[in-house]
Write a protein that binds this ligand. Structure first.
Ligand code: PHE
Length: 456
């Protein structure tokens, strides 16, 4: 067993709470907001297939690697990498993986908070019946006029960050565990109800075909990288969130089983979100490739037309907001745990300082939709899309690649086998193959394809 069997930051009270917490981290805006709009921008089917392949062949082995590292180290990702590199007599430079993760978490949270703020705003808009009986034109207009008002966006961004800071400061097990237990299953049930609704919306066949018809020609070279980046993003991989959570996981739980459960759950929520949104898009003559506004235009529209739409619509955005909170706290946890370890600081002090810093960075994303709309950092990327692109498509895959290399090639096999409860045999061979070859080569192939594509 691990050198220490408990973490100083606290422990999940059972393996199920680990599953719930990790699923809480994984299931978030990535599934409901980002996946549909990215699939929409990249032509549907082929994007979905590449994303699913990346989840299965790259994401799952990397998630297992993160959990096992966390549980072995029982520290923040930075210190876990440091101590395990030392133990394995590897290079001290491995600690950079931890630092890069902290930075990626920061970048992601800065805009994540803005988008979650949009969801907060939409809770009110649905509750007050703004969208009752609305058409597509109205829903698009409403969203666009919201974006041009930075003050409103800043208000919601501030509120979301404050809530996140508050929860993180209290420590993960008090309050959060309870809340996840209620909200996650409710979200799941509501998604199923909504899929049922969208089956009757008239666009289901078209929406379904859009998502599952594999048409390679519609997927650009960059789309392949985006599909892989999204697999990392949606599973919360490559930046230490899952490693940090793994550090609080009981020693007896099976890593393989829990990780597969989390990945399946996460994927089901994303596919359900797609099956809700695309039929509505096609039934109302909307544009699937309209970008980040997709969820905020389609969902209010659907709720405006359905019976009890005010109720369901409000519930939907409440649940989305909640899913975002359970992800946001995991974006802060690696940095937070590190600072607590390093300076013996109090959790709430660290939470506030980190949150404020992130909030400031988030203003850049807020302004990307109004004041800085025409300001591009590289090519067509504005501040928001640049931060998103860099973190999700570059930093997370790179971090995940290094993590899986570390587990596959550096950490002593005895440690890994014990954590994974593997004896010699077929499962061990399959595992070795996945972490040593398939996952790292997979990331390299996608990166290579992207570089090759951009040179041509
Ligand atoms: N997985 C979260 C989502 O899908 C986002 C996230 C990314 C959380 C990275 C933690 C770390 O919304």
């Amino acid at each position: 067993m691990a050198a220490t069997d408990v973490s100083k930051h606290g422990m999940w009270s059972s393996q199920w709470l680990f599953v719930l917490a990790a699923a809480g981290s994984a299931v978030g805006l990535g599934n409901i907001w980002k996946f549909p709009y990215m699939a929409g921008e990249n032509g549907g089917g082929a994007f979905v297939v590449v994303y699913l392949l990346c989840v299965a062949l790259i994401g799952i082995p990397i998630m297992m690697s993160e959990v096992l590292l966390g549980r072995e180290g029982r520290l923040s990702p930075i210190n876990t990498m440091r101590s395990l590199a030392l133990k394995a007599k590897g290079s001290p430079l491995w600690v950079i993986v931890g630092w890069m993760g902290v930075l990626a978490g920061f970048l992601i949270l800065s805009y994540y908070s803005m988008i979650a703020g949009w969801a907060f705003h939409y809770v009110l808009r649905l509750a007050d019946g703004t969208f009752t009986g609305a058409d597509g034109e109205f829903a698009s207009q409403a969203f666009e006029s919201f974006l041009v008002q930075p003050w409103q966006m800043i208000f919601w961004h501030t509120l979301f960050m404050a809530v996140t800071i508050f929860i993180v400061a209290r420590g993960v097990s008090r309050g959060l565990e309870v809340a996840i237990k209620i909200f996650m299953p409710t979200l799941f049930v509501l998604m199923i109800v909504l899929v049922g609704y969208s089956m009757t919306s008239g666009g289901f066949a078209e929406g379904f075909a859009f998502m599952f018809n594999f048409d390679w020609a519609r997927l650009s070279v960059d789309g392949v990288l985006q599909a892989m980046g999204h697999a990392f993003f949606t599973l919360s991989l490559g930046m230490g969130a899952i490693m940090a959570y793994g550090a609080y996981m009981p020693g007896s739980a099976s890593i393989a089983k829990t990780v597969v459960a989390i990945a399946v759950l996460d994927t089901l929520v994303a596919l359900a979100a797609g099956l809700v949104i695309f039929p509505i898009v096609f039934a109302n003559g909307l544009e699937p490739g309209q970008g980040p506004g997709l969820m905020f235009v389609t969902m209010p529209l659907a709720f405006g037309q359905m019976p009890l739409g005010t109720l369901f619509g409000t519930a939907f955005f409440v649940l989305v907001s909640f899913a975002a909170i359970t992800s946001a706290i995991s974006l802060l946890e690696p940095a937070l745990a590190f600072l607590v370890e390093r300076y013996n600081a109090q959790r709430h002090r660290v939470a506030i300082s980190l949150g404020v810093l992130c909030w400031v960075l988030g203003l850049g994303s807020v302004f990307s939709f109004n004041y800085w709309k025409d300001f591009h950092i590289v090519r067509e990327l504005n501040f928001f899309s640049f931060v998103d692109y860099l973190s999700a498509n570059v930093m997370l895959p790179l971090g995940g690649f290094l993590i899986v290399l570390f587990v596959g090639w550096v950490v002593p096999r005895a440690i890994v086998e014990e954590q994974m409860s593997l004896s010699r045999g077929f499962r061990n061979i399959a595992w070795q193959l996945l972490v040593r070859v398939v996952a790292p080569v997979g990331v390299l192939v996608v990166f290579g394809y992207q570089i090759y594509g951009s040179l041509n």
